[in-house]
Write a protein that binds this ligand. Structure first.
Ligand SMILES: [Zn+2]
Ligand SMILES: [Zn+2]
Length: 136
């Protein structure tokens, strides 16, 4: 299956109600560094680590890159380095800044400088990582 077909299928997979994509409460644990939690109006609760969110960046560049590598949102790309090079220390992803975009999305400025991803509530609900959602 081509990447485009897979994406198309995924988009049609779930029909979400308005309550399902409106957050009741959003918690971003920037100081503790654990991640983001959202309680939705339909009673569902989601949480993601910052690493997941960074690797699940929905901007066009990151989506293209993931599709090229065959990665799912949230999957880190395999490290590319010369065989005899020392592994470089990389700081774990963490947002330097978090801003709300209108009433439909949130935007992160990551510690690696990347900031083009607009994480809509709709997108976040679709990539909910809870047991129930990942099982289906
Ligand atoms: Zn991106
Ligand atoms: Zn879920």
């Amino acid at each position: 299956m081509s990447g485009e077909a897979a994406l198309h299928e995924r988009k049609q997979e779930k029909l979400l109600t308005r309550e399902a994509i409106e957050p009741r409460k959003v918690r971003v644990d920037r100081t503790g560094g654990t991640g983001v939690e959202i309680d939705w109006k339909d009673g569902h609760a989601s949480r993601w680590t910052f690493a997941w969110l960074r690797h699940g960046c929905p901007c066009a560049t990151c989506v293209d890159e993931r599709e090229g590598l065959g990665l799912e949102p949230g999957q880190a790309k395999p490290e590319q380095r010369a065989a005899n090079a020392l592994p470089m220390f990389k700081e774990p992803p963490r947002p330097k800044n978090v801003t709300q975009v209108g009433n439909y999305a949130v935007r992160f400025t990551w510690n690696d400088g990347h900031e083009s991803g607009i994480y809509s509530w709709d997108y976040l609900r679709r990539v909910c990582q809870c047991e129930e959602c990942t099982a289906s």
